[in-house]
Design a protein around this ligand. Structure first.
Ligand code: FAD
Length: 418
């Protein structure tokens, strides 16, 4: 226990709150700085589709934060549909289709619901909550008052304090035009609930899954449009109604089987929509203030991936758990630059695989990936293994999925066993 050590965390999102609550449990004094109150977050716009898988949920459970187990609709699997590309005879129809169950259900609790509840819980457990939009000058003050300052501000402007790592960042511009539409009334998938992916070559991706929002269970429609393509079309949707109509139009035009599920949908609320884009970016984890003092970045601040593989909240949870472990293990030694760098590198040892996998999925699928996905229609173990790895541990994908030779070896082994 380190009862006299104080840590300041800037940003009350998935990683900041989870780490703050974990540090309280470990006996630290924690100050959490949030630019919004819990009530403002709850009354604000949706921020994510936040589908979280079992390992990440386990870190919340370990801290006693499993508040919605009975209320949140379970997400039981991953479903994959890949369309025939434009310019081919069967363009627009399904080329590949399979579904696989996850070993444990995933969950999506609207961050408006979750973060406001976690903030109240943080205060209830004795944490100091400061409502303030922290500036770089504030960081100077916090570093004088605390043993360490951690910046967990997500895509907030203050993240730019951390320099982009050109070697670890694969892209320098947004790879998708993103949009979210939270709806009521979507018909369930047959068989079991799932993150239902649709990949439309040259256009983008659409996925959907059940979630829990402010008003109860709902479904989230996620659109990922390739920049300059027909799904890069959200700038004209200025009202919630226009955004909703655009969502309906895109599924009707491109995905008639999904449109069928959407016959009776309506928006959950006026702020149940989001549109935007950002470049996937890896940053150097330690920033130096004018005084020479150091601050440590965490989660999206330092490893920001496109939402295509649904990994950001999972990474944030895993990052918080790893940082917590490193901090507790460090005992009474100073939280110096070396500690900060090694704490991040420990996380990057895992996160680099999520980043590489996500970046690869933003590019057109190579032939061996299409071959594997096609074979998953016949060999259910492929879908099962892909679902488990893509959801919960991307490291496994680098032993059979990402590399053409490894994929060939894996497939040959499966065929031989039949
Ligand atoms: C469209 C979309 C869909 C997504 N879908 C998924 C998904 O299905 N699954 C998944 O795992 N991830 C998903 N993500 C990603 C996920 O939401 C994020 O990766 C995750 O929330 C990051 O957690 P974080 O703690 O780093 O930051 P955040 O959760 O973003 O929290 C940062 C907090 O810091 C606050 N803040 C910012 N600046 C300051 C400041 N100066 N002072 C004080 N406070 C500040 C912000 O208001 C915010 O509350 C999605 C993201 C998007 C955009």
């Amino acid at each position: 226990m380190s009862p006299n050590r104080e840590i300041t965390i800037v940003g009350a999102g998935q990683s900041g709150l989870q780490l703050a609550i974990g540090l309280l449990a470990a006996g630290f004094q924690v100050r959490l700085v949030s630019d919004r109150t819990g009530a403002e977050i709850a009354a604000g716009r949706v921020t994510s589709s936040q589908c979280m898988f079992d390992t990440a949920l386990g870190h919340e459970r370990a801290l006693g934060l499993d508040f919605w187990a009975d209320a949140v609709p379970p997400i039981d699997g991953i479903a994959m549909t890949i369309l025939n590309p434009p310019g081919t005879p069967l363009a627009g129809s399904k080329a590949i289709e399979w579904a696989a169950r996850l070993d444990a259900p995933a969950q999506s609790v609207d961050q408006r619901v979750k973060m406001s509840a976690f903030m109240a819980e943080f205060v209830r457990r004795g944490g100091e909550l400061v409502i303030h939009e922290a500036s770089v000058e504030d960081l100077e003050i916090y570093t004088q008052q605390s043993d360490m300052v951690i910046v967990a501000a997500g895509k907030g402007a203050i993240a730019k304090l951390f320099a982009r790592d050109a070697q670890r960042s694969y892209f320098d511009s947004p790879q998708r035009a993103l949009a979210l539409t939270y709806v009521n009334g979507m018909a369930p998938r047959p068989d079991h609930s799932a993150v239902g992916y649709n990949i439309i070559p040259g256009v983008g991706e659409y996925f959907t899954f059940p979630a829990l929002t402010l008003t109860g269970p709902c479904d989230i429609m996620v659109f990922e449009g390739i920049p300059g393509g027909p799904w890069d079309c959200w700038a004209d949707a200025r009202t919630p109604e226009q955004h909703f109509e655009t969502s309906q139009r895109l599924v009707s035009e491109f995905l008639p089987w999904e449109a069928e599920r959407c016959r009776n949908v309506s928006l959950t609320d006026e702020l149940g929509t989001l549109a935007g884009r950002f470049p996937p970016t890896v940053r150097h984890p330690v920033a130096t203030l004018d005084s020479g003092r150091k601050v440590l970045g965490m989660a999206d601040v330092v490893v920001l991936n496109d939402p295509l593989t649904g990994q950001g909240s999972n990474n944030a949870s895993k990052c918080a758990a790893m940082y917590l472990g490193s901090i507790v293990k460090h005992g009474d030694r100073p939280f110096d630059q070396e500690f900060m760098q090694s704490t991040f590198e420990n996380y990057w040892e895992y996160a680099q695989f999520v980043t590489a996998f996500t970046n690869s999925m933003l590019l057109p699928p190579p032939p061996h990936v299409l071959e594997l996905f096609k074979a998953a229609e016949t060999y259910s173990e492929i879908g099962h293994r892909f679902a488990a790895a893509a959801a919960d541990d991307a490291r496994d994908l680098f032993t059979w999925f990402t590399d053409p030779e490894l994929a060939q070896g894996y497939l040959s082994g499966l065929v031989a066993m039949r």
